[in-house]
Design a protein around this ligand. Structure first.
Ligand SMILES: [Zn+2]
Length: 222
């Protein structure tokens, strides 16, 4: 099996993200650069916990041809190819439907990053890429056009997010930072604005958002 180490790393990354609640069901996918000409990517619609390195697909950048892997590559393989091409210094591209940041994408606006530590990780302003259906060339093209060297996370309207990193660990830290930043955004709004919510429901929402912020801080302090 070619690129075994990279393919095993894709499996480990998916399991870590699923354990943290950033990948729901079979939604979300991970790509890691395998060499100059290829990347490894999660197979389509596969349970992350049942996935093996042999299931992970290897795709060629030049013609998007799948050259390895027992299953069909993720429908977002083209999205990852465009992202990895636009950021040649990055080895990892992670796409999630993480709950709070995905909810933020419904607002269809960029996110101004408030926390200075998050700004360092993510960039100062996270763009929200216009909607296109999952797995389409249109979505891949829109995201590829938005990629900038100083921005490491991208919101995709009514869909989810994509984060890059020099390795899987850095991309995962960015996934967590983005979730925490979006949680802080909603927490501030829920606390300040007189949202028409029963006070006990509002207290519950704020507690859930605060715990999302806290989880990430503990995660990155380790
Ligand atoms: Zn998706």
């Amino acid at each position: 099996m070619k690129f075994q180490e990279t393919r095993a790393a894709v499996v480990r990354t998916c399991i870590t993200l699923a354990d943290q609640g950033f990948l729901a069901g079979t939604g979300g996918n991970v790509a890691l650069r395998a060499d100059e000409d290829h990347f490894a990517v999660t197979p389509s619609a596969t349970d992350y916990y049942a996935m093996s390195a042999a299931d992970v697909c290897v795709v060629r950048f030049s013609d998007k041809e799948q050259v390895e892997g027992e299953r069909e590559a993720s429908v977002e393989a083209g999205l990852h190819a465009g992202v990895l091409k636009a950021r040649p210094e990055c080895r990892a591209s992670v796409h999630t439907h993480q709950p709070i940041a995905s909810a933020y994408t419904l607002l269809a606006r960029p996110l101004e990053v408030q926390d200075s530590r998050h700004r360092e990780l993510l960039g100062a302003r996270i763009p929200c890429v216009g909607y296109a259906p999952s797995g389409t060339g249109l979505l891949a093209a829109r995201v590829a056009r938005a990629i900038k060297p100083d921005t490491n996370a991208y919101l995709m309207r009514n869909h989810g997010v994509i984060c890059v990193g020099k390795d899987a660990e850095e991309a995962m830290a960015r996934v967590a930072a983005l979730e925490s930043e979006c949680a802080a955004f909603f927490e501030t709004r829920a606390a300040n604005e007189s949202v028409a919510l029963d006070p006990s429901v509002r207290a519950l929402v704020i507690a859930a958002l605060r715990s999302a912020v806290r989880d990430e801080l503990q995660e990155t302090e380790r």
